[in-house]
Write a new protein. Structure first.
Length: 593
């Protein structure tokens, strides 16, 4: 880190840690603070969605996360009052095989405390430490900076720990300090949505012996007495959700020993299950809220500071991670004076519709969860949930996109099967949905149908394995898949053409833009030849030996140039040099001639 970091990130949860790490990897200088004296304990948001795992792969930490995690377990609901015979078994997220396009298709489970450890280790390797016990007291903006007052720990003259105030100035401030944080409130942003007082939960982690550690166990009904025990990556530790009309939430938090007899009562299992120590617990009220905008002046919000979700679907942490990836590369370019400040406006433009649609989806899912299994589900509620699932890419988040963005450019012919941008942005009760026959598989598979639509600018860039690398940057290890070629700190220009004139002209145009922020990748068909002159000026020359890249990037109307942004979304699909200049002109500052 530089002596005077330009960006202050306030809040060291997953969104803040990813924000700081992505900024640093993009060449920005960062200071990361958190008001808590130390890291938080507990599973909390444990479900890591496939899209998040792809982004972790871009940061170079996916393997560490996978090794520490467990697969999403199959759920079992028990017949009451005995609580021993299974009433039903089902997969929350049905497991599927990896494909060429989707190398991480399944949800995995890793406690938030352990995920944060991985992220802090990665940050430490690039020279950044979390400043624990440091609170943002206040801030004020000017046209060119943000002046902050921080309260931070200090060793007194006699070795005692005291808090002192520090005044520091930054170019930008990012609030990832949670729903109760300082930044959103100080900005005066509205937090629109709803809070349910009817379904308060007690949440936490507890040691349990006698339960199958590969199953997610549930007793009762969500509307009444209900207990969920989900296995974790820690042997014999289960994460629990507990609700009931007679539960005194405040008293239980103060006296955790009261939980054991409640667990016994709710499960009906008095002999074969032993409940041990409560590792961590808290209370939880279902909240579904979001800000009216994601920034004001030089101050931004992300993660729980910008939106909070119901536990249904396990989306909150994952959506926040995408916030961080979207903002980090843009803010880094601006602080490096490579991009105009107007680029930062697209953070709000691109994230607001996605989060709004996701919250509508989660609302529909929560309503369905509240409906008892033996009752008919309201058809419109179900179809709304299915539409949200489908048109927002599903809770797996592999189809989340920004096709409507002002900096996205697609020179393919419009396709009548594509989703209308205005409908997506204004998703609500009147969102159009198809008349679909009700069946058990419909809800879990609707997202897959959406993912197979023709590729467009703004979509997630698909992977492609089986590559033969003919040329790569000297510092790069031998690789064989496109996800390892794409960069989280550079735009990747993919040229699906071996015509020397085509390749040369595209790379000449790139010369107008910062080479340390763009890389040129020529993708050859099997056994195609490329002139040494063209190969010499490309950053990468890769052969699509198994045809997966050309299949995944099946483009139309002679569009053979794809620009992939540092956040893994397709910025442009192009057929012309004019289009290439138009796209990069919206992202970078053109050098003075």
């Amino acid at each position: 880190m530089s002596a005077h970091p330009e960006i202050l990130v306030c809040g060291a949860g997953p969104s803040g840690l990813v924000m700081a790490l992505a900024l640093l990897r993009n060449g920005a200088s960062v200071r990361l603070i958190d008001r808590e004296p130390t890291s938080r304990l507990g599973q909390r948001g444990a479900g890591i969605m496939p899209r998040s795992l792809e982004l972790f792969h871009a940061l170079g930490i996916s393997q560490d996360i996978i090794e520490k995690s467990i697969p999403a377990p199959k759920a079992v609901v028990y017949q009451m009052p005995e609580g021993t015979q299974p009433l039903s078994k089902f997969d929350m997220w049905p497991p599927v095989e990896a494909t060429a396009k989707y190398p991480f298709p399944n949800v995995i489970m890793l406690g938030q405390d352990h995920l944060e450890q991985v992220l802090r280790t990665a940050l430490r390797e690039v020279g950044c430490e979390v400043e624990w016990g440091t609170t943002l007291v206040s801030f004020e903006q000017s046209p060119s900076s943000v002046r902050t007052v921080l309260s931070r720990p200090h060793n007194g003259p006699n070795g005692e720990h005291i808090q002192i105030n520090e005044t520091s100035t930054f170019r930008y401030l990012i609030g990832t300090d949670g729903a109760r944080g300082v930044v959103r409130k100080a900005l005066g942003l509205s937090f629109l949505g709803e809070t349910s007082n009817a379904h308060n939960l007690v949440v936490g982690d507890v040691m349990v012996h006698g339960l199958d550690p590969k199953l997610w166990h549930m007793w009762g009904q969500f509307e009444n007495n209900w207990l969920s025990l989900r296995p974790t990556e820690v042997p014999y530790m289960f994460s629990f959700l507990l609700s009931g009309p007679e539960i005194d939430h405040t008293t239980i938090v103060q006296r955790p020993e009261l939980l054991k007899p409640i667990f016994v009562e709710y499960t009906g299992r008095r002999k074969d299950i032993v409940f041990g120590d409560v590792v961590w617990l808290s209370t939880y009220r279902p909240n579904i809220r979001m800000v009216n905008k994601f920034s004001s002046g030089r101050v931004f919000v992300a993660g729980d500071s910008a939106h909070i979700h119901s536990v249904t679907g396990g989306q909150g942490m994952n959506v926040g991670i995408q916030d961080s990836f979207n903002l980090a590369w843009k803010l880094a370019l601006v602080t490096r004076n490579l991009a105009p400040e107007s680029l930062l406006d697209t953070y709000n433009e691109e994230r607001t519709p996605v989060v709004a649609a996701m919250l509508n989806q989660i609302t529909a899912l929560l309503q369905e969860t509240r409906t008892e299994k033996n009752q008919a589900v309201d058809v419109r509620t179900r179809r709304t949930a299915i539409s949200a699932w489908k048109y927002n890419g599903g809770v797996l988040q592999l189809g989340v996109n920004c096709r409507w963005s002002s900096i996205v450019l697609d020179e393919q012919s419009p396709d009548e099967t594509d989703l209308d941008d205005d409908e997506f942005a204004d998703f609500g009760d009147d969102f159009p949905f198809e008349e679909e026959e009700e069946n058990e598989d419909e809800f879990s598979s609707a997202n897959d149908a959406y993912l197979e639509r023709p590729l467009g600018a703004g979509d997630r860039a698909p992977d492609a394995p089986g590559l033969v690398i003919h040329k790569h940057p000297a510092s790069t290890k031998p690789i064989s898949r496109l996800f390892d070629v794409l960069s989280d700190s550079k735009h990747s220009l993919l040229i699906f053409n071996d015509n020397p004139n085509r390749c040369s002209s595209a790379m000449r145009l790139l010369g107008s833009f910062p080479r340390d922020a763009v890389q040129a990748v020529i993708v050859l068909r099997p056994q195609a030849q490329l002139s040494p002159e063209v190969s010499a000026v490309a950053d990468w020359v890769i052969e699509d030996h198994n045809g997966h890249a050309y299949s995944a990037y099946s483009l139309r109307e002679d569009c053979d140039i794809v620009v992939v942004r540092p956040d893994g979304l397709i910025g442009a699909i192009l057929r012309s040099g004019k289009g290439l200049l138009r796209y990069f002109d919206a992202v970078f500052k053109r050098p003075s001639l």
